[in-house]
Design a protein around this ligand. Structure first.
Ligand code: MG
Length: 259
């Protein structure tokens, strides 16, 4: 694939032909969860995968190697997925990679230590409305419900600055994610998964900045799809929005049935 014409709308004829030429039974099919398999909702605890996507996901996971790569913990993600995919990578890439158990244990110890340090730095009550979610290998600080959001965010950032070891920071909407240094991001995680499990090709669909780590990977081996058009995306293809993901899953399954 050349760079010249990208990003291209996936359901245009030429792009569909490229999808059909790329995907076969040995292609790893990887998806982000929030904003991709499930629409974004104001409170992430209440996401739900629409019925048509559930149906298509179950059908696809039954016949092809499917991976879900999410910022959520695996445990959390499993409670939302309609079927267990062959690979479930959680914590932005830090959880569930084959062969990473020892390092993952270390990530868990860092996250626990940060949680302890944060309660000392911010006080055991935290600013009102601030919640810390220990996701195992990473930590998320939620301030959506803070009484004074800017003030709470300031306190959080100041506390984060004093943590040892220093976490890698991934900011989201009313959330600060603390990732251990050396933990794979989504791009690294997909690369490791492909290498360990001997996939020469992967399709990946995701909707936000953390997914761009995947979109920056080698285009000849990754068929990258950004859910929602973004001018600065490095993905080769895009969908108009999350509402087209069910069609994507059905299209991929139809391609597999023909090949
Ligand atoms: Mg997402």
């Amino acid at each position: 694939m050349t760079d010249a014409l990208y990003p291209a709308y996936l359901f245009d004829r030429d792009a569909l032909a490229q999808l059909a030429a790329f995907v076969d039974g040995q292609t790893l099919l990887a998806f982000d969860l929030d904003g991709t398999l499930a629409p974004i909702v104001p409170d992430p605890a209440t996401i739900g995968i629409p019925a048509d996507i559930q149906k298509a996901f179950i059908a696809l996971a039954a016949r092809a190697p499917v991976a879900v790569i999410t910022g959520r913990s695996r445990y959390d993600a499993l409670s939302h997925l309609p079927a267990t995919p062959r690979y479930l990578i959680g914590n932005h890439g830090a959880e569930g990679l084959p062969g990473w158990d020892l390092r993952e244990n270390q990530f868990v110890r860092f996250a626990q230590s940060w949680q302890n340090q944060l309660s000392e730095l911010m006080g055991p009550e935290y600013p009102e409305g601030v919640e810390i979610e220990n996701k195992g290998a990473t930590l998320s600080i939620h301030y959506r419900r803070a009484v004074n959001i800017p003030a709470a965010h300031d306190i959080i950032l100041q506390a984060m600055d004093r943590l040892t070891p220093k976490p890698v920071r991934i900011s989201g909407k009313f959330i600060e994610n603390l990732i251990p240094k050396g933990a794979p991001d989504k791009g690294a995680a997909l690369g490791i998964l492909m290498e360990k499990e001997k996939f020469k090709k992967a399709l990946f669909a995701g909707d936000d900045d953390t997914d761009e780590r995947v979109f920056r990977l080698e285009r000849n081996t990754i068929f990258s799809i950004r859910v929602g058009e973004a001018a600065d995306s490095r993905a080769a293809f895009y969908l108009h929005g999350q509402h087209e993901v069910a069609k994507l899953l059905r299209t991929v399954k139809a391609i597999l049935e023909k090949s």
